[in-house]
Design a protein around this ligand. Structure first.
Ligand code: NI
Length: 140
């Protein structure tokens, strides 16, 4: 069976702070730099969601991109956009909101909802245009 990858990019803006309460202020500043500033800061995130599978013989689609967009908006963007990642998001409670930790939690939100035979293949989460992380799931 042919396997084709499709990608949809979505956007959200969110505030966060990277600091561990069990570390000293100096150690937080040394480790996280500007991301440890006490009074929050924001990022304009881009999220590239890649789904792979065989194109449907009827529609020619791996997955309808409108459905993929709606899924990501419902499960991820609606909870994160214009929110504080440290305070506002129940599924990030207790999570240090580094881009790495964030992309893993986003995977867990999306993977169960992708309709077979398609499957979530890869996420790329951009924190800035010059800095991004990639994740292909716990088995990837
Ligand atoms: Ni930051």
């Amino acid at each position: 069976m042919p396997n084709v990858k499709i990608t949809r990019r979505l956007h959200f803006s969110a505030a966060h702070r990277l600091a561990r309460p069990d570390w000293s202020e100096a150690r937080n500043q040394r480790t996280f730099g500007d991301c440890a500033n006490p009074n929050w800061h924001g990022h304009n995130y881009e999220l590239d969601v890649t789904v792979s599978g065989p194109p449907d013989p009827g529609s020619g689609y791996v997955m309808d991109l409108k459905e993929l967009k709606a899924l990501v908006e419902r499960e991820v963007v609606a909870d994160l956009d214009h929110r504080n990642l440290n305070l506002d998001v129940p599924w990030l409670e207790g999570v240090l909101p580094s881009t790495e930790n964030l992309v893993m939690r986003i995977w867990d939100r999306l993977a169960p909802h992708v309709p077979p035979p398609a499957a979530l293949d890869k996420l790329v989460l951009w924190e800035t245009p010059r800095h991004w992380v990639e994740y292909s799931g716990p088995d990837g």
